[in-house]
Design a protein around this ligand. Sequence first.
Ligand code: AMP
Length: 207
Amino acid sequence: MRIVMMGKPGSGKGSQAQRLSRRFGLHHLSSGEILRAEIREGTHLGKEVEQYVLRGEIGPERLIAALVLDHIERKGYSEAYILDGFPRTIYQAEALDARYRPDAAILLEVTDEVILERLTGRLSCPNCGSVYNLLDHPPAEAGICDRCGKGLKRRGDDRREAIIQRLEVFRRDAAPVLDHYSESGRLRVVDGSPPAEDVYADIISIL
Ligand code: AMP
């Protein structure tokens, strides 16, 4: 099974992808996580994309497409993957179709108000990738990851201005990608605003 998760930043793509990957034995790949790791490690690519990520703008679409496709190939993920954050543009969607055509694209629909509330309270673990929310899913001990005990951080792009920019970018770039999946009968739309367990149950029922 090959699945693509679509939705605004903070719509729950990453959390749902994690659950689905465990349930169906899929390899979870987040393009944002790959880029943040490159930035942390100070690689050439990391330096090239850092400003885009911090400003909430889309990075170089071809470079990132090549990077993600290369990851899928090198790690042997091509038959069973769940992608989150990729594709973000029509170029990337076509590049993915040409190599490893996904079976379904799941869109999580959430209003901008809910997104702003969620993202300004989001904390994540730079070590294991666990995500918390001060509103409805706080860590047991303030600032510490329940899973691995490391210190939690707020993402550099979870600032109000960057969130608003990312929502704008989503509106601009995602529409043709969603049309692309809809026209080929692969788009599944799910309400992403209820609690995560309910969203998960809805996704399972449509898959
Ligand atoms: P995310 O973790 O998916 O919210 O991505 C964080 C940031 O990484 C985005 O705001 C973009 O700057 C960059 N990014 C992630 N995935 C892509 C992609 N597929 N194409 C271009 N830029 C991306």
